[in-house]
Design a protein. Structure first.
Length: 117
């Protein structure tokens, strides 16, 4: 059974950092790209970042502005999102997802990130 489990969210102040983790199981992790998305209250889910299967190529949403870094450890079947200089507008539920043939086909349950001003 394919499963993604996020962790690392929490309540922080503006300017702080958080590192989110997403542990994958039930498939060959190193073969698939991975992505992070987020959904704020009352808004649609939006793309944050993605990384190719080997980790060589990364893509980011414009709003990241160099503050976030996506990475992966294929030996640990885990993808990370390091978030620095957090802003109140980064408050959202963050989801990881598996990329398969150009789309994202499996999603985690999400982890809440709340940034206070």
């Amino acid at each position: 059974q394919v499963q993604l489990v996020e962790s690392g969210g929490g309540l922080v102040q503006a300017g702080d950092s958080l590192r989110l983790s997403c542990a994958a199981s039930g498939y060959t992790f190193s073969v698939y790209g991975m992505g992070w998305f987020r959904q704020a209250p009352g808004k649609e889910r939006e793309f944050v970042a993605r990384i190719t299967s080997g980790g060589a190529t990364k893509y980011y949403a414009d709003f990241v502005e160099g503050r976030f870094t996506i990475s992966r450890d294929n030996a640990k079947n885990t993808v990370y999102l390091q978030m620095n200089a957090l802003k109140p507008e980064d408050t959202a539920v963050y989801y990881c997802a598996r990329r398969n043939s150009g789309s994202f086909d499996t999603w985690g349950q999400g982890t809440q990130v709340t940034v206070s001003s």
